[in-house]
Design a protein around this ligand. Structure first.
Ligand code: F6P
Length: 360
């Protein structure tokens, strides 16, 4: 058994359905071990700014089904390169020492970080400074290496699938091509799963640069067989064979650097021009991140929360809890330094067997 008696928990990066379910699960598990739980507000920024409050059964009641995070989050703050205002000028400084001091002040001995790749990299830096850390993989994008599933992904896919069901009926009525742009950053998981579940005719993902001719052929073939509408799902990170990813904006002083977005509209204009069929684009955006988690995500989040506290209790830190072959395992946190987890191309074969176009 471990020596930890007091544990901090923080949510970092973009929010994601299931965060509250993890917070609840971590807190309840800590209470059963007799550990105190501290909630760090607003991600790593709150750690530097000492926004740390005790969590009791009261704070974590009634949150299982709620989207977002009761702790607040941000995808900007990194304590190792932290924006500090000095005489009206913003300077970036290493504030990790201050963060550790704030933890010591409250006698917090270990940290559970619920985050995506950015937050988990920061967690790894703290782990190297001998802070016991256990990470929980969060993101709707499902792109964290070392785990088969991140919580939040299933909810995002359900949201996109629901949108596709709605787009189908209007596409059919108007004989239009409907393009749905979904999130996912540099991985095509959301596009692939929602496209398969929602009966898309073409699914375009960053893993396969697309050839516009193959999409046009697919639409033309459908038209010839009497199907006067088509449904296309495009991941925000997808790009044409002879082009680049569509960047919505450059973000200054952020680990993200760019915000993806806009490929759906570009593609829609091109399709309309080349086929003569009226076409529309829908960008699903942050709807995919909001709202209640699905039952699957609630269960996964709960399993992750329990597993994270069990890891701490077993004295196993510097790790991330992960899903492999439907078992929760612990993987070294350095695993995250690798490339994002992309859709394995072999996975697409069955989609091809039922005539889905992947743009190649
Ligand atoms: O990583 C989750 C995600 O929703 C991506 O799919 C998307 O590209 C990005 O975050 C959007 O981030 P923001 O919250 O900054 O708009």
């Amino acid at each position: 058994m471990t020596k930890f008696k007091s544990v901090g928990i923080l949510t970092g990066g973009g929010d994601c359905p299931g965060l509250n379910a993890v917070i609840r699960s971590v807190s309840r598990s800590c209470f059963s071990y007799g550990f105190k739980v501290w909630g760090i507000k607003n991600g790593f920024g709150g750690l530097v700014e000492d926004q740390i409050e005790k969590l009791t059964d009261h704070e974590i009641s009634g949150i299982l089904h709620r989207g977002g995070t009761i702790l607040g989050t941000t995808n900007r703050d990194n304590p190792f390169n932290y924006a500090v205002n000095i005489n009206g000028i913003t300077k970036y400084q290493d504030m990790s020492g201050q963060a550790l001091k704030n933890l010591r002040k409250k006698e917090i001995e270990a940290l559970i970080v619920i985050g995506g790749d950015g937050s988990l990299r920061i967690a790894n830096e703290f782990s190297k400074l001998d802070l016991p850390v256990v990470a929980v993989p969060k993101t709707i994008d499902n792109d964290i290496p070392g785990t088969e599933r991140t919580f939040g992904f299933d909810t995002a896919v359900s949201c996109a699938c629901d949108a596709l069901d709605r787009l189908h009926t209007t596409a059919e009525s108007h004989h239009r091509v409907m393009v749905l742009e979904v999130m996912g950053r540099y991985a095509g998981w959301i596009a692939l799963y929602s496209g398969l579940a929602g009966g898309a005719d073409a699914i375009l993902i960053p893993e396969i640069p697309y050839n516009i001719d193959s999409i046009i052929n697919k639409i033309a073939k459908r038209k010839k067989s009497g199907k006067l509408f088509s449904i296309i799902v495009v991941a925000e990170g997808a790009f044409p064979m002879d082009g680049e990813q569509t960047v919505a904006m450059i973000i200054e002083n952020s680990p993200e650097k760019i915000r993806l977005g806009g490929v759906g509209e570009k593609l829609t204009r091109e399709i309309e021009k080349l086929t003569g069929i009226e076409s529309r684009c829908t960008v699903l955006g942050h709807l995919q991140r909001g709202g209640s988690p699905t039952a699957f995500d609630r269960v996964l989040s709960t399993r992750y929360g329990v597993a994270a506290v069990n890891a701490l209790a077993a004295g196993q830190t510097g790790c991330m809890v992960a899903l492999q072959n439907n078992q929760i395992v612990r993987v070294p946190i350095e695993t995250l330094a690798g490339k994002p987890s992309n859709v394995p191309l072999s996975f697409l074969e069955f989609g091809r067997s039922i005539g889905i176009c992947f743009g190649d």
